[in-house]
Design a protein around this ligand. Structure first.
Ligand SMILES: NC(=O)c1ccc[n+]([C@@H]2O[C@H](COP(=O)([O-])OP(=O)(O)OC[C@H]3O[C@@H](n4cnc5c(N)ncnc54)[C@H](OP(=O)(O)O)[C@@H]3O)[C@@H](O)[C@H]2O)c1
Length: 256
């Protein structure tokens, strides 16, 4: 399978390395800034290009891994190709590529991908294609990334994407605020690792609605006030603590 990677960011690097080590031939890496793509292109023995006039038209797959807001613009700059053109966004619909290419699709890795993403990480891959006949190639590509893949439509993918933002990005924001608080207060954030890991692991076996603990669900007002008092030096964390405590107390999700 011949692949062209378009983009040089976190997901472009992830796909270039995974596909290349899985046996695909990454023939070119496209980026608007040559200096941003030469290292990546060299690492997978691909040609670096910064002009679509140089695009290899014989590839089987063109993987657009650029910022969500740039996908349509980049696609509009591409010449017509016979291979399948896909984007990697959870939020953008397949239709963003419609009309421009005969064969189009989506390969969305449902994982937080950055330079710390290891080969061992589990990555459900969500696929979509505009033609039934393209499903085989998309499935073969997904299998180079992960044994876990399935076809979903754009609306289903968007629902999972917003869910991923809440469970991953929002919790990481809470970890960051807490990390700063611990550093400022001279206590070891790493002591929280077992409780973080246990909460995640329990979700493999139980629904989160039956797992809630803590002062808010118990309506332990005295403890909540103690917490707000010690958080008084951390305005942002204090605000978030109040908001989430109020929401948990009012919430109907724990009532059954
Ligand atoms: N990171 C994740 O966890 C993750 C997971 C699943 C899916 N995705 C999706 O993967 C895609 C890429 O995300 P990412 O995390 O890899 O982003 P990123 O690391 O921020 O990289 C963005 C890339 O887009 C390029 N770009 C931005 N605007 C452009 C334009 N107008 N023309 C040409 N290239 C442009 C950037 O090029 P320059 O270097 O020249 O700015 C860079 O190569 C997005 O659709 C995202 O939703 C991300």
């Amino acid at each position: 399978m011949k692949v062209v990677i378009i983009g040089s960011g976190k997901v472009a690097v992830f796909f270039a390395k995974k596909l290349s080590s899985g046996g695909a031939e990454v023939v070119q890496v496209f980026g608007r800034r040559l200096e941003a793509i030469t290292g990546l292109a060299a690492s997978v023995n691909a040609g670096p290009i910064n002009n679509f006039d140089q695009l290899d038209k014989t590839a089987d797959l063109y993987l657009i891994a650029v910022s969500d807001d740039a996908i349509a613009e980049v696609a509009s700059q591409m010449p017509p190709v016979n291979g399948i053109v896909v984007h990697t966004s959870g939020a953008k619909p397949l239709s963003i590529l419609n009309g421009k290419f005969e064969h189009s699709g989506v390969i969305y890795p449902l994982q937080s991908i950055n330079k710390y993403t290891t080969d061992q990480v589990e990555v459900p891959v969500l696929l979509e294609s505009n033609l039934e006949e393209d499903k085989t190639l998309l499935s073969e590509t997904a299998q180079l990334i992960s044994p876990q893949f399935q076809f979903l439509n754009s609306t289903e993918r968007l629902k999972l994407h917003v869910s991923a933002v809440v469970v991953n990005n929002f919790t990481n924001y809470l970890y960051s605020l807490t990390h700063q608080f611990c550093e400022e207060q001279g206590v070891d954030f790493k002591l929280l690792m077992p409780i973080i890991a246990e909460t995640g692991n329990r979700l493999y076996h139980f629904s989160p609605e039956i797992l809630q603990t803590g002062p808010a669900i118990r309506k332990d007002v005295g403890t909540i006030n103690q917490h707000l008092s010690i958080l008084s030096s951390s305005e942002e964390l204090s605000r978030v603590y109040r908001l989430l405590t109020d929401e948990i107390i009012k919430s109907s999700v724990f009532s059954s």
